[in-house]
Design a protein around this ligand. Sequence first.
Ligand SMILES: [Zn+2]
Length: 210
Amino acid sequence: MTERPVMALAGTIRHDGDGGVLDDLDTVRGARRWLQQQPGILAVVTGKPVLDEELREAVVDVRRAVRALFARVVSPAPPSPADAHRLLPVDEALRLLNEAAAREPVAPQLDWPAEGPPTAGLLSAEGEPGVRLVAALARDAVDFLSGPQREHLRACRAPRCVRYFVKSHGRQEWCKPSCGNRARVARHYERARATGSPRIRPSAPPSTGR
Ligand SMILES: [Zn+2]
C-alpha cells in the first residue's frame, strides 16, 4: 500500500537501525532520490518538480510543521525522540503549514466517467511544479490532521525507533513487526534484570507466538 503523502514526508526522519537518526532530506541529492521513490506524492503533483536547495528547504519547512503538530496529536504520550528537543511552537507550525498550503490556488472538480463512480479532483492555477509539490504536501497534512485518521496517529515506542505511524488495528503499539520484536526483547531483558535472573541472553529474542 502506498503511504499517504504526509506520512511519507514525516517518515523522512528515520532510525538507521544502529541507534542513530537518518534524514532523507538533508541534502538536495538525498531529497531527489527520496522523491523519486514516492509514487503517492508524485501522483498528486502534475509535472516534474525540479528539486533544488530552495525547494528542499520549503519541503523541510512543511515537515517541521507536520512533526510539531504530530507531537501535539500524540501528546500527552511522548513525541518521536528524533526531534523532541527542537519542535516548533504550535502557532508557528500552523502558520508555516497554512502558508505552504496557500501557495497553490486550486478549485475542486468532479470527474464522472460512463463506467464507474464519480471522483473529486483539483484544478490548479499554479504553473510551477515545485510550488505544487509543497502545497500538495501541506494540503495532505491539513486533511490528515483535521480528519478521523488523526486519532490513530502514534509515535512508535520501540527502542531506537523515531517513526510516527497510523494504527491499523486496535492493539497495535509499534510501527512494524521488527519494532515489536525489538521492544519485546528489551522488555524481556528489563524484566530479567529486575528479577535478578542469572540467565540473561539479550541476543536471543523470546518467542513471539508467530
Ligand atoms: Zn517503530
